[in-house]
Design a protein around this ligand. Structure first.
Ligand SMILES: Cc1ncc(COP(=O)(O)O)c(C=O)c1O
Length: 467
């Protein structure tokens, strides 16, 4: 990396950012006082702020910088494509080499019948597209009443009007409007929070039954699709009980409901496979949505992968000359597609999925060693998608008062020690670049332990917790 730190006027940047940039997902009360930490440079698993401080990036940008930072090959592939043709429309009968090559590559990587790709620029757009296509598909089949969408409490599917409504983190709806009459939520498959006397098997039975009951209540003729992240990410890295996805898919099949697997986070290696649905969860869904790791975050791109069956139905014009009227100026952007192709090439050449399958269990095991701390209720997740649930009482699983901001306190302590972790309410989430080595995992877990101890001591000192 050629460091450029002298070039940054960090105070000036901080002020401009605070005074003019409306940040996404922000607590403005804190932001107006503290502004942003401006990250200016990067290399490998590290990011550097504008003053040159180094941090282990425990969150991979935002679950996305899978191949790590500072890859010259990515810069070259992007620059090369910009020189060739930086943009061209893909509407109607136009395309570009990277858009075509990538579509074929994604079809090769995805489970069997998912051979068709629709491009967007982010996960929300991929999911929005999936709903529009599900409804369009049933319209084309002469089943225009099949419109309703079933999602889950604590699911995260995006921030457009439609995907924010499908999202099931109810706390995030405060003050915003959502679509009420088309979207339904069933329970999250949260094993840690299941009733105390319920076995995992009984919990799974209960969830599957609840889902079937919900379809029957709405009416199978009215339900278009079910949305599910293989492991719920932003809602708290919730890992469903064994067999859950397979059984939910069976229910979908029984009632002709499309299963949409949101792999925006789980895809591109985070669980050790390009797509986790089939190899990890034993399901071949009707659609898979993907974004983030598809380019390792180097450029914005998303893909909605469709089964051949869906494509055959939606690709028949509704009337002589009628179009499939869905698409975005930047659908199939050639530079983003070129970045995705290079990202996939690097992942294959370095066997990054194999690395995750090998080192992921070590990451899980090292993080699990934090369970001896009095505030750790559960360490959960899989491979490079992990979370620590902090609780006030291990026995009763009682959470801390949200005003204490335990997740934020730990994240703050970690940042002071050179590690970025993400606070999500009372949780701390880790989703580092997938190239992390065992030694780097040790360093991460060491800092995390010190940070959690420091945050716990702080609470005791402030009289907010007995410890
Ligand atoms: C599972 C999942 N789906 C969809 C999205 C939305 O993606 P984007 O922020 O790129 O629109 C996210 C973002 O974190 C996500 O985690």
């Amino acid at each position: 990396m050629t460091s450029n730190f002298g070039a940054y006027d960090s105070q000036d940047l901080w002020r401009k950012d605070r005074d003019h940039y409306v940040h996404p997902w922000t607590d403005f009360a804190v932001f107006k006082e503290q502004g942003s930490d401006i990250m200016a440079e990067s290399e490998g698993i590290y990011v550097y702020d504008a003053e040159g401080r180094q941090f282990i990036d425990g969150i991979g940008g935002l679950w996305c910088v899978n191949i790590g930072y500072g890859r010259d090959e990515m810069a070259e592939a992007i620059a090369d494509q910009v020189r060739r043709i930086p943009y061209y429309s893909t509407f109607t009968h136009l395309s570009t080499p990277p858009a075509a090559e990538l579509a074929a590559k994604l079809a090769e990587l995805a489970p069997g019948p998912l051979n068709r790709v629709f491009y967007g620029t982010g996960g929300s757009m991929a999911n929005d597209t999936a709903v529009r296509i599900a409804q369009y598909y049933f319209n084309r089949l002469g089943k225009p009443t099949k419109k309703q969408v079933i999602s889950r409490i604590d699911a995260y599917h995006g921030s457009t009007y439609l995907t924010a409504s499908i999202t099931g983190v109810m706390f995030d709806r405060i003050g915003f409007d959502v679509i009420e009459d088309m979207i339904h939520h069933v329970s999250a498959p949260n094993c840690y929070r299941r009733p105390a006397d319920m076995s995992l098997e009984a919990f799974c039975d209960h969830l599957v039954q609840e889902f079937e009951d919900k379809i029957l209540e709405i009416g199978p003729d009215n339900v278009a699709c079910f949305f599910a992240e293989p492991i719920m990410g932003a809602g708290g890295v919730i890992v469903a009980p064994p067999g859950y996805h397979r059984r939910m898919l069976e229910v979908c099949r029984r009632y002709d409901v499309l299963f949409i697997s949101d792999e925006v986070v789980t895809g591109f290696g985070r669980l050790g496979h390009f797509f986790a649905s089939e190899p990890v969860f034993d399901i071949v869904p009707d659609m898979i949505t993907s974004a983030k790791g598809i380019t390792s975050g180097y450029l914005p791109l998303s893909a909605t992968l469709l089964s051949d069956r869906i494509y055959e139905v939606i690709s028949v014009p509704q009337a002589e000359g009628a179009l499939f009227t869905h698409g975005f100026t930047y659908s199939g952007h050639p530079v983003a597609c070129a970045a995705a192709l290079k990202n996939i090439e690097i992942m294959e050449r370095e066997d990054i999925c194999g690395h995750v399958r090998e080192v992921g269990p070590y990451f899980e095991q090292q993080l699990a060693s934090l369970s001896d701390l009095p505030l750790v209720g559960e360490v959960r997740g899989s491979h490079f998608m992990m979370c620590i649930e902090n609780v006030a009482d291990k026995e009763t699983k009682e959470t801390f008062d949200p005003a204490i901001k335990i997740g934020g306190r730990i994240a703050q302590q970690a940042q002071e020690r050179g590690l970025i972790v993400r606070p999500v309410g009372h949780l701390n989430v880790l989703s580092p670049p997938l190239i992390m080595t065992r030694a780097q995992i040790d360093a991460t877990v060491d800092i995390l332990r010190q940070s959690m101890v420091a945050a716990a001591d702080e609470l005791v000192r402030e009289g907010l917790w007995r410890g």
